[in-house]
Design a protein around this ligand. Structure first.
Ligand code: PMP
Ligand code: G9A
Length: 382
């Protein structure tokens, strides 16, 4: 087990006055506090919300989630839904069920660093497949599976507004991925915390909603669309896997808090989610535009970055030979924080890359922070 660079950075940011481009945190001023306060006031008087609850999740929330998923084209009933304590727990449970030491998970490279952490904690290796503008490279995936078919236990993907790159997998690739996975007999785990956060272009349908995708395990979460403090998420997958994950969950935490499950359910059932998502999209769109504009204004030549249509992250590549991890102490001196790219690469490469979050900082911080970062890159890069 290794420390997560994001978690360590969060500790630091808590203590100091640093412009935070590091953690993937929602804008705290957008939490729907009034609606939540009204709901909490009622829910906390409901003794069922204060009681232990079934490991699979409270049935009313499972039904609400199933309905939400059906609206995205994922045809499920409540019985297909397992509620988890954050999607992070789903990643842990899936690993616990699937992975033995020495097994391999195939993922995009770069990928979500705490997924790497979850897989590694079960002593699995992660094989990172390169990406381009259309997502994971399918030729790379095929040639990896040709070599290491046996060791690979599943394919992990974040196809929409990926953490950390902001890249979205095209429909062509989504279909090809399904075909390859079926051909090689490997399950897919589709992690989708950002799919609702579209600021531009087409709203992408999950892989799990495409034809013949029943073998795909789909992870959704309330963290980015409502509040991560609730620790409420959901998992849909093959019945056998769901059953085993629920057994694993019994040993892990017995159940996700009924209190936060009920709050989440009420928030969705009272019809607050759609309006809230509209608000998130409109404000994050402004922040995304502002950060792209600031990068254009302040970054020196030779620096490139992605232009995500949604989500929370921009992936920045510095000229070859630069090392963002070595540069981080200097960035912290200048009171700015980012996550260096090596943390997201299963093989530790990507020294000259970094992830920049734009949902959490304010517009003023975005402008000032990117200005300081541009100056730093110029200083260090010579
Ligand atoms: N997967 C991805 C890709 C994420 O970005 C995150 C949060 N940053 C998670 C899973 C975990 O989210 P949570 O546990 O809050 O649901
Ligand atoms: O706080 C966390 O660890 C969740 C955020 C993940 C990220 O920054 O990718």
């Amino acid at each position: 087990m290794r420390a997560s660079e994001v978690r360590e950075l969060l500790k630091l940011i808590e203590q100091e006055d640093i412009i935070p481009f590091g953690g993937g945190m929602p804008d705290p001023t957008l939490f729907p506090k009034d609606e939540l306060a009204r709901i909490v006031e009622e829910v906390v008087r409901d003794e069922r919300a204060l009681q232990y609850s079934p490991t699979e999740g409270i049935r009313p929330l499972r039904e609400t989630v199933a309905k939400l998923l059906r609206s995205k084209g994922i045809e499920v009933t409540y019985e297909d839904v397992l509620i988890t304590t954050g999607s992070q727990q789903a990643l842990d449970l899936i690993s616990k069920v699937y992975l033995d030491p020495g097994d391999v998970v195939v993922s995009e490279s770069p990928t979500y660093l705490s997924a790497i952490g979850a897989f590694r904690s079960y002593e699995a290796d992660i094989a990172g497949i390169e990406m381009d503008k259309g997502g994971m490279d399918m030729d790379g995936l095929r040639s990896y599976l040709d070599k290491e078919w046996k060791r690979c236990k599943f394919i992990y993907t974040i196809p929409t507004y990926q953490n950390p790159s902001g890249i979205t997998m095209s429909y062509e690739r989504r279909r090809e991925l399904l075909e390859i996975a079926r051909e090689y007999g490997k399950p897919i785990v589709e992690d989708d915390p950002y799919g609702e956060l579209t600021y531009e272009g087409e709203v992408m349908k999950p892989i799990r909603s495409l034809p013949n995708s029943d073998f795909v395990t789909y992870l959704g979460t309330a963290s980015k669309i409502l509040a991560p403090g609730l620790r409420v998420a959901w998992m849909v997958g093959p019945k056998d896997l769901l059953r085993k994950c629920s057994l694993a969950k019994q040993a892990t935490d017995l159940c996700t808090p009924a209190l936060t499950q009920t709050i989440t359910k009420e928030f969705i059932d009272r019809g607050y989610l759609a309006g809230h998502l509209e608000k998130l999209r409109s404000i994050y769109r402004v922040k995304r535009d502002a950060i792209l504009e600031a990068m254009k204004n302040y970054f020196p030549p030779g620096v490139t970055w992605t232009h995500p249509n949604g989500g929370m992250f921009i992936w920045v590549t510095l000229p070859h030979g630069m090392d963002t991890s070595k540069m981080l102490p200097k960035a912290l001196e200048k009171k700015i924080a980012y996550v260096s790219g090596g943390a997201f690469h299963p093989d530790g490469s990507g020294e000259n890359t970094m992830r920049i979050n734009f949902s959490f900082p304010t517009l003023e911080e975005i402008d000032e922070g990117i200005k300081r970062l541009g100056e730093l890159i110029e200083e260090v890069g010579g």
